[in-house]
Design a binder for this molecule. Sequence first.
Ligand code: KG4
Ligand code: ZN
Length: 345
Amino acid sequence: MLTLGIESSCDETGVALYDSQRGLLADVLYSQVALHSEYGGVVPELASRDHLRKTLPLINECMHQADLPLAAIDGIAVTEGPGLIGALLVGSSIAHGLAHALKVPIIGVHHMEGHLLAPMLENNPPEFPFVALLVSGGHTMLVEVRAVGEYYLLGETLDDAAGEAFDKTAKLLGLGYPGGPALAKLATSGNSDRYKFPRPMTNRPGLDFSFSGLKTHTRTLWQKLATDNQQENAAIKADIAAGFEHAVAQTLLIKCRRALQQTNCPRLVIAGGVGANQYLRETLLAEADKQNWEIYYPRLAFCTDNGAMIAYAGNLRLLAGQTDNTGIRGLPRWPLEQLNPPGQQ
Ligand code: KG4
Ligand code: ZN
């Protein structure tokens, strides 16, 4: 079965073709970073309009890359939520129009299911069950994944998501948008031990997270330390960035360790945009080495938003005979635990 996947939940338009026999045949992405950067963050209305401009050309590019006609498509998968409502509705409208024209089934995919199944696109995919750390701009969750569609929430953030904390901290340090990669880059030249940062919620039991205090701590620290000397400021900022990045990574590590102990499962999957963070990857890999965990990351391009993960997740559900008859829709909020295994609506 050849599935066309469309992702448009936030600031990236992703389109991909996944075939259940031959694997990933094409994958194209358009990032709106340049569009939003002058505003310091994602402007939802501009995001919707840009998805509208880019989705059809990207579908054409994808078919061209795979050297296949539109008529070869057997089914369409589109991100239905969670995400920005306007952006989701653009993807859903185009997907439904195309499904109607081609007379093929369509399935709405949960964006976070796409992220947590992204490592399945790699050569050495994890076996079930596994624990997934989902760390993106909108979510921070630990999920026990017993099978596709069997997701048990172990813990989540009570306030800011990890990616959101990276983005807001980067903004207050004047690093612009997108903040996560910019802050990570600056952190490589900083000294993480120069200032003390808390590891929020690690000294009490449980698997929930909270990152807003860390962000406030960083703001207060920066306001206290900022000087009139630009050179000194640059060094302080790099040390703050490194301290902040280490605090987030160590906090995530402590909770992952706890989650694997609690579930008695030695397999960890890292997914979502913050999974692209090099220091976090190194920290978790080093621990995996020590503890004999198996650890799985999608390639960097599949950590952040992409069409391939949506095509893959949708393909599994379409193959099981699942389709949507809900019409065009976008679900800004959609709890992951509401999903069922493929084939069960
Ligand atoms: O999964 P994603 O592409 O989109 C959402 O579904 O949110 O994640 C985007 C988030 C942003 O907050 C971005 O700053 C963060 O992932 N991010 C990073 C890095 N690359 C992306 N955070 C830290 N270090 C990075 N290298
Ligand atoms: Zn995402």
